[in-house]
Design a protein around this ligand. Structure first.
Ligand code: ASP
Ligand code: MG
Length: 424
């Protein structure tokens, strides 16, 4: 029998009407003769609210207790959705991460899934139930409750789809698919019918926050076909899969304003310094993105790199501790930068894409301060105020502009309400 795994995000479960709409969709699939699993996120902004509650009693809540608290959000959703399904006359069974056999590492708040033992899910499906699984949570072998990091129910869903060998994993949210760029910034952005795992991974890493990175990695590794679509319409969304029909030179443009640039001046150009520097940064658990080292002059060089703005306090502590040891005289932090990336599988076989990108930016008066590339991505760091003109110009230059302008009026009332709620 064919199995479908669906995942409902917080906004698609924010009210009882939306929960009922989700239940109707599940029942419709069930009536088509499919075995149906739904992985659910916490309703609306429940996770944020629980997080705020935790911080109101303890500014740095213990990781274990935070997991115990945050996991309750998904448990509310799973039981409510199961009840809504039952109200439509179809048997439903909700399962916690542990009951669904989702085993994870021990890292509270950012656990990774290590194994899935889904015989209980399969048994419930074989017994004719629609199975509702709490996303975002799992258990260690020792029985400790863990969560998978923000946005983690995407990963729960993809992992379950892989383990159950589902035909497809449908990701329902308040956006109707993957766009060539954020339509709020580029009104001529258009929805992609399909995109490859590799492109999706690059787009997510470059700041387009539609799916949790780990979920895409999982999907790629286990070849789970993803369908990202809107919970508020029946239109097709975007398929994320291995091979796409067409290898576009550029399929999407992403930008990220959440990073800051750190430049260390006059680092002695000696063997082992970079290793020591970035070793210390890694030990402090700070993720470095781009790194540029200048040509050295008189035995000294400048090193620039980008880190999440949220880690700036940590990075300052690390660097202050290294000043004497590494003979560093000065470092400067700039948090008004942004990263703009173009991504496309067709780049592999088309030379000159970087040159074109840089020329377009220059023509639009956008200065580039850092560059990094992968086989299918080119990223540049620019000044934050230039982001809008940069992405608009690139979107046009690489032929991504739709004939029609994306207008909020194309959205249903529900989509608009959801967007307003998300503060878009
Ligand atoms: N509820 C969790 C969060 O808000 C997990 C998820 O939505 O995927 O991050
Ligand atoms: Mg989410």
């Amino acid at each position: 029998m064919s199995i479908i795994v669906t995942k409902f995000g917080g906004t698609s479960l924010a009210t009882s009407e939306r929960v009922r709409a989700a239940a109707e969709r599940l029942v419709a699939y069930h009536n088509e003769g499919k075995q149906v699993v739904a992985v659910v996120s916490a309703m609306g902004a429940a996770t944020d609210e629980l997080l705020a509650l935790a911080k109101s009693v303890n500014p740095s809540p213990p990781a274990r207790e935070l997991d115990m608290l945050l996991a309750t959000g998904e448990q509310v959703s799973m039981s409510v959705v199961a009840m809504a399904v039952e109200a439509l006359g179809v048997p439903a069974m909700s399962l916690t991460g542990r009951q669904a056999g989702i085993l994870t590492s021990k890292a509270h708040n950012k656990a990774t899934i290590s194994e899935l033992k889904c015989d209980r899910v399969q048994k419930a499906l074989d017994g004719g139930h629609i199975v509702i699984v709490a996303g975002f949570q799992g258990t260690t072998l020792e029985g400790e409750l863990t969560t998978l990091g923000r946005g983690g129910s995407d990963t729960s869903a993809v992992a379950l789809a892989a383990a159950l060998a589902a035909d497809v994993c449908e990701i329902y949210s308040d956006v109707d698919g993957i766009y060539t760029c954020d339509p709020r910034v580029v009104p001529r952005a258009h929805k992609l019918d399909e995109v490859s795992y590799e492109e999706m991974l690059e787009l997510a890493a470059a700041g387009s926050g539609v799916l949790q990175m780990r979920a895409i990695e999982f999907a790629r590794n286990f070849k789970v076909k993803l369908h990202c679509r809107s919970a508020f319409s029946s239109a097709n969304g975007t398929l994320v899969k291995e091979e796409t029909m067409e290898q576009a030179v550029v399929s999407g443009i992403a930008f990220d304003k959440s990073e800051a640039k750190v430049t260390i001046r006059n680092v002695p150009d000696a063997l082992g310094i970079a290793g020591e520097l970035f070793g210390a940064i890694a030990t402090a658990n700070i993720n470095v993105d781009m790194i540029v080292q200048n040509i050295s002059e008189h035995g000294h060089t400048d090193i620039s790199f980008t880190v999440p703005i949220g880690d700036l306090t940590k990075i300052k502590t690390v660097l202050d501790g290294l000043l004497d040891k590494l003979g560093i005289r000065e470092y400067v932090v700039d948090d008004t930068i942004a990263k703009v990336s173009i991504v496309g599988a067709g780049m592999k076989s088309n030379p000159g894409i970087a040159a074109k990108m840089f020329t377009v930016l220059a023509k639009n008066g956008v200065n580039i301060s850092m560059i990094s590339t992968s086989a299918i991505r080119i990223s540049v760091v620019i000044d934050e105020p230039s982001v809008e003109s940069a992405v608009l110009a690139l979107h046009t230059a690489f032929g991504l502009d739709a004939d029609e302008v994306f207008e909020e009026t194309q959205l249903s009332d529900e989509e608009l309400a959801a967007k307003a709620k998300k503060g878009r």
